[in-house]
Ligand binder design. Structure first.
Ligand code: DGY
Length: 419
């Protein structure tokens, strides 16, 4: 049995002045996609707080529309790299990259599921300009090759930080030489976190952004790391569909044709990423101009993004069915047959509940209800086996990994498993 009272208590405990920290200590600020998923959890028992989560996030939006991946609302010694390393000059100190854009989807779901229609309409309407600016930013600044496939400038932008998918492109990135102290290892076992080499390179990319004045053109020209992350492309595609729906509801018709043409461009371009042999859409290394071979849960997200045709969806459903055979806890973040798969290490194998939710939602949309339900019941087993709401779960044992009392895990339980 899942204890939803504890899930609610976790959100209350992680509530900090209008934003929800993912977990105390390890992540003491507001993270972009964490926050969107967490708002869905708040919606189930405190709607006002759910909307506040969104407003707090959008207060940190940059003038160019970018919604940062971290908003540093206060000071904390328990996280590195902090605002001084990012060097961004924004109203709320922040990182200089974004994260998978779940917000328009979350806001549309909040509007549909709200028990207070009048309030929800007013809140969603007030958030619409920020959402439009954010999507414009993705298509304007990050569709670097003008083909409908937005590009990521940092592995953290994918939200799937140390996925083996990024190993090849990241290996090109020089390592910083300066000394620093990681704080994550003071909270979590090092076997569950990215390694030192990866951190040295993550920091180089952060410095590169700063040196190039956060200018997408200069960064594109200078950076050894640029990828098409199919996960982000898919989440953006679904969110743009939701944004169009919001525009219709609120009479913002002028924005719709431009957004529709972005959707069409993405749909036309993404088919080139399809790999029949792998039965999924592969990420792409822009610098090497080549597909990235790793099969990860990110490469299944075109189901959630509604980007697959029926035949592709059928092939992906068959792949998911086999993949589920390897774990009782839903989908391991990296395919278990990969040589780089590690069941306990951050994005290299463990199960993440919000990704299970997205893939199950995608499968449902294509008519694979039984498979979606199987993922949902496996997802429950994560919480039951671990006996708590962890950041992620060992894909083989179900053991809780990373941070404990984790906001988005509690939120997914409230929003999806508790229904
Ligand atoms: C971290 O610090 O591990 C975060 O995932 C970066 O966003």
């Amino acid at each position: 049995m899942i204890d939803l009272d504890s899930a609610r208590a976790i959100l209350r405990q992680n509530d900090q002045d209008g934003h929800t920290v993912p977990t105390r200590g390890l992540y003491p600020f507001q993270w972009n996609w964490d926050s969107a998923i967490t708002a869905l959890g708040w919606l189930t028992f405190d709607e006002a707080r759910a909307w506040e989560e969104a407003h707090t996030m959008f207060r940190g939006q940059w003038d160019n529309g970018m919604l940062p991946h971290i908003l540093f609302h206060g000071h904390s010694e328990s996280y590195f790299p902090g605002p001084e390393v990012w060097g961004a000059k924004a109203a709320i100190p922040s990182s200089s990259i974004s994260q998978p854009p779940v917000w328009a989807t979350a806001i549309n779901l909040m509007l549909q599921r709200s028990g207070d229609a009048a309030r929800a309409r007013a809140e969603a309407r007030a958030l619409l300009p920020g959402l439009l600016g954010y999507h414009e930013w993705w298509y304007r600044d990050r569709d670097r090759d003008n083909n409908g496939l937005v590009q990521s400038f940092h592995p953290w932008e994918s939200g799937m930080d140390n996925s083996p998918a990024w190993d090849g492109p990241l290996a090109r990135v020089p390592e910083v030489k300066w000394k620093y102290r990681r704080r994550d290892l003071g909270h979590v076992d090092k076997e569950e976190r990215p390694g030192r080499l990866e951190y040295n390179r993550y920091l180089h990319l952060i410095e590169l952004q700063k040196k190039n004045d956060f200018d997408p053109e200069l960064i594109s020209a200078a950076s050894p790391y640029r990828v098409v992350d199919i996960g982000t492309v898919s989440i953006l595609h679904r969110a743009t569909r939701d944004l169009i729906e919001l525009c219709r509801i609120f009479g913002q018709d002028a924005a719709i044709p431009g957004l529709e043409s972005e959707l069409a461009r993405t749909r036309a371009a993404v088919s080139a990423c399809w790999s029949g042999r792998d039965r999924c859409f592969l990420n792409r290394d822009i610098i090497a101009d080549a597909p990235l071979a790793e099969v990860t849960t990110g490469t299944l997200l075109p189901l959630f993004g509604l980007l697959a045709d029926d035949e592709q969806a059928g092939a992906m459903a068959a792949l998911v069915e086999e993949w589920l055979g390897a774990s009782n806890f839903g989908l391991s973040s990296t395919h278990p047959a990969s040589a780089r798969y590690e069941p306990q290490r951050y994005w290299r194998g463990p199960v993440w509940l919000h990704i299970n939710w997205m893939i199950a939602e995608g499968l449902r949309a294509y008519g694979y209800d039984d498979l979606a339900e199987r993922i949902r019941s496996n997802t429950r087993k994560c919480i039951e086996t671990a006996g708590g709401y962890y950041e992620y779960f060992n894909s083989e044992t179900g053991e809780g990994c990373g941070g404990g009392n984790f906001s988005w895990t509690a939120a997914v339980a409230l929003y999806w498993l508790g229904r």
